[in-house]
Design a protein around this ligand. Structure first.
Ligand code: SF4
Ligand code: SF4
Ligand code: SF4
Length: 360
């Protein structure tokens, strides 16, 4: 790579954002021209990169070590970070770069603001376009890549809970669990729009390889199964929606994380909304559906705002002076968080889809 500007362009192209000026600005912020040249030579060890660039091994070690902490390069062996790859894709790099819990020495406050602003410019423009196109394409192929996992407490009395729809089981089977700050909420908070659902931080659970990675970089904290379950409980109480990849596996598989999302911040959901992508292009429904026993509904309306899918309306019902909650089954994705605030117990989850609803 002869010209440093070529290195930035080369790296942006690797992430499929070669024509994105907003993305190039992020890369220029994260790396000096010489560091971009080094990263363009990956994958490789310190020695290999030194040989390819003609730089001293110590220089390469220092810079790749720094870029590892920044989230730009990823070690091939988390326990022995001697060899690196360039972060695999832009979305992942954004998520890691802004996950700064425990990494206060990396940037000054002013630099942190600049970094978040640069990512924000990208997210609101070129990322939002890519994100919308991705969901439209997947929908056209008949693929729903993500699935809503019901709040555990909402389905406690269900006749059958499969491991891959059991948020607690998803934690129990993991060899290692860490907690990190939710990058999506961190981002919106830094941009002056704090999450409207939760103040819990950190509350994003990482598993297995992702958990190992957070420890190697220093931005996560190991948690016990009990602590992880209490984080899940809190996320459910705050009305966050659990999201898992739409398959029937729970251990040693991607995504290595249980996301608990809000429509106001989630990088996938919020930016899909921004481009008018429908909920069913982004998520598959869980096997459950909320239904209201109108005899028990006292019309408090607490469930209406809880539903991030806009599936609950208050309607006039014959024989009642009070409005009653009504769930639109088309819009209900079966997240269950509405039932957790319904004190009279009028809202309950019903199992409405067979196990085959979830692809193997
Ligand atoms: S996808 Fe959801 S839980 Fe994961 S980082 Fe984003 S908002 Fe947080
Ligand atoms: S929370 Fe329960 S009682 Fe209140 S409006 Fe909703 S269904 Fe009715
Ligand atoms: S009505 Fe809304 S909050 Fe309740 S389970 Fe359905 S999607 Fe979730």
């Amino acid at each position: 790579m002869s010209e440093s500007s070529d290195a930035y362009k080369f790296l942006a192209e690797k992430h499929k954002f070669g024509d994105s000026e907003t993305y190039l600005r992020v890369l220029r912020f994260l790396m000096t021209p010489q560091q971009a040249e080094m990263v363009a030579q990956l994958p490789g060890s310190f020695e290999e990169v030194a040989q390819r660039t003609g730089l001293e091994v110590d220089r390469v070690k220092k810079d790749l070590g720094l870029l590892h902490r920044k989230g730009v390069v990823i070690p091939t062996d988390y326990k022995n970070p001697e060899s690196f790859i360039f972060c695999k894709h832009a979305e992942r790099m954004w998520e890691i770069c802004e996950s700064l819990m425990g990494l206060d020495d990396l940037y000054t406050d002013e630099e942190t603001k600049q970094l978040f602003k640069l990512w924000d410019d990208w997210k609101n423009t070129d990322y939002a376009d890519m994100n919308a196109e991705r969901w439209h394409n997947l929908k056209a192929m008949g693929i729903q890549a993500l699935r809503v996992v019901p709040a555990y407490k909402a389905i406690l009395d269900s006749p059958e809970i499969l491991p891959h729809e059991d948020a607690r089981e998803m934690v129990r089977v993991q060899p290692l669990v860490t907690v990190v700050s939710c990058s999506c909420r961190k981002h919106k908070g830094m941009m002056g729009n704090p999450c409207s659902r939760t103040e819990a931080d950190p509350n994003c659970l990482q598993f297995a390889k992702s958990a190992e990675y957070t420890l190697s970089r220093g931005h996560g904290r190991e948690v016990s199964v009990d602590e992880a379950i209490s984080i899940i409980d809190r996320n459910e109480e705050d009305g966050l929606v659990h999201v898992w990849v739409n398959h029937a596996k729970v251990a040693a598989v991607q995504p290595y994380a249980l996301c608990s999302c809000c429509r106001c911040c989630c990088t996938v959901w919020h930016y899909a909304d921004l481009r008018g992508v429908a909920n069913d292009e982004v998520f598959a429904k869980s096997r459950y559906e909320a239904r209201v026993d109108q005899d028990l509904c006292d019309g408090c309306q607490d469930c209406v705002d809880r539903c991030q899918f806009d599936a609950i309306e208050m309607q006039k019902v014959e024989g009642s002076k009070r409005l009653k909650a009504v769930v639109d089954p088309e819009k209900c994705f079966g997240c269950g968080v509405c039932t957790l605030v319904c004190e009279p117990g009028a809202l309950r989850m019903h199992l409405v889809r067979p196990p085959e609803h979830i692809p193997a």
